[in-house]
Design a protein around this ligand. Structure first.
Ligand code: GLA
Length: 375
């Protein structure tokens, strides 16, 4: 028996780059999903969630795939992880999973990867202690992609597993997407991310408009990126380094999608370089805002609520602001002077009221630790 946690994340920059082998720069946030696990010997798995009282799930370990459609929607994340262990030939004699946590669901902070990773590290410690982080990341991805049916990339699971307190994680997705079972050298770098030293705060503005990755719009962006790569004659858009090269794509939508991805990779490297050099992080503000404009205009995954939050934060003096995660709802991050947090909060509230939108939730985050055992 034990208890494990895995965090949600905000991606500082590098959105919709992971599934084309690009760069990302997430931090883990100090909000976690918790999994208390107890082994059982009867070949069954039971999952209950504090957030879903009255929706327990019970299934045979050996029948998880067949029983999938009968299980409550929320439980497919934890049970998908169990199914992935089984698929890899790891014997699970039976398990009770009690889940709880404070990562807001649908806020674009990756509550689902936090949940999957908390379960995956629990099962690793209990039944397969030799598994590498790389494989655990892939197990959590498999649960989400194959069992739940959300065609996400590897950003969220990697952030939940590999982030460390005080750092942003610069991750080269090309080295992760290879068939490696361990992480290649150079796959990632922990970059100090200390905003408080400069009197700055990172604010999250949760618009309250839930974002969903299973409704087809996210999948369509993936397909368009793959098609853009084909139009340019490369395996993935990561192989394109100059934004000017994307002009060669005849079709307007594909050209804009590619322009976002290629420019976004460059933005990740620019932000990483500023932080690595220990320069004033105010310098990354305009790059974050540029990233938002690109997601809004070229990648078309923003919403009026996200745009209003960004504009309101900037109008009140934020150095930069952008939507985070897959888009179509969720949250915005804003880089703000410590003394201006209230002003920005009020500005966002006022703009939301003006647009007849419900009050957004705002809070501050610092880079926190990745998945680990707590008891
Ligand atoms: C979601 C997906 C990630 C990534 C982001 C966009 O969070 O789960 O894999 O593609 O969207 O950067």
């Amino acid at each position: 028996m034990g208890t494990w946690v895995a965090p949600g994340r905000v991606n500082i920059i590098g959105e919709h780059t992971d599934y084309t082998g690009g760069y990302v720069l997430p931090i883990a946030v100090p909000l976690v999903m918790r999994c208390t696990a107890v082994a059982r010997a009867d070949g069954r798995v039971r999952a209950v969630s504090r957030q879903r009282p009255g929706e327990p799930a019970l299934a045979e370990v050996s029948g998880l795939v067949a029983q999938r459609a009968l299980l409550p929607g929320w439980s497919r994340y934890p049970l998908g992880v169990v199914a992935e262990f089984v698929r890899r030939g790891i014997r699970i004699p039976g398990i009770d999973l009690e889940l709880d946590g404070e990562v807001p669901i649908g806020a674009g902070l990756s509550s689902s990867a936090a949940l999957s990773c908390a379960v995956a590290v629990a099962l690793r410690d209990m039944f397969a202690p030799g598994l590498s982080d790389r494989v655990v990341i892939d197990i959590a991805r498999g649960a989400e992609n194959d069992y739940v049916g959300a065609p996400t990339g590897l950003l969220d699971q990697s952030a939940a597993m590999l982030c460390t307190a005080g750092h942003a994680l610069l991750l080269d997705m090309r080295s992760l997407t290879a068939d490696a079972t361990t992480l290649c050298t150079g796959a990632y770098e922990q970059i100090p991310f200390d905003l408080s030293r400069f009197g700055l705060e990172l604010m999250v503005i949760d618009t309250g408009q839930p974002h969903e990755l299973v409704d087809g719009r996210y999948a369509r962006r993936r397909e368009q990126c793959a098609a853009a790569g084909r139009a340019l004659g490369v395996a993935t858009l990561r192989d394109i380094e100059s934004v000017a090269d994307t002009d060669r794509i005849a079709e307007g939508i594909l050209r804009r999608r590619a322009r976002h991805v290629v420019a976004e990779n460059a933005r990740v490297l620019a932000v990483a370089e500023t932080m690595r050099a220990g320069n004033d992080p105010r310098g990354i503000g305009p790059i974050l805002t540029e990233g938002h404009i690109s997601l809004r205009d070229d990648f078309e995954v923003s919403t009026p609520g996200l745009d209003i939050a960004v504009d309101a934060a900037l109008a009140a003096g934020a150095y930069g602001a952008r939507m985070v995660g897959g888009g179509f709802g969720g949250s915005v991050i804003a880089l703000v002077d410590r003394g201006h947090v209230e002003l920005v909060t009020e500005s966002v509230r006022r703009h939301f009221t003006g647009a007849a939108l419900p009050d957004p939730r705002t809070f501050l985050v610092v880079p926190a630790a990745g998945a680990h055992r707590i008891g």
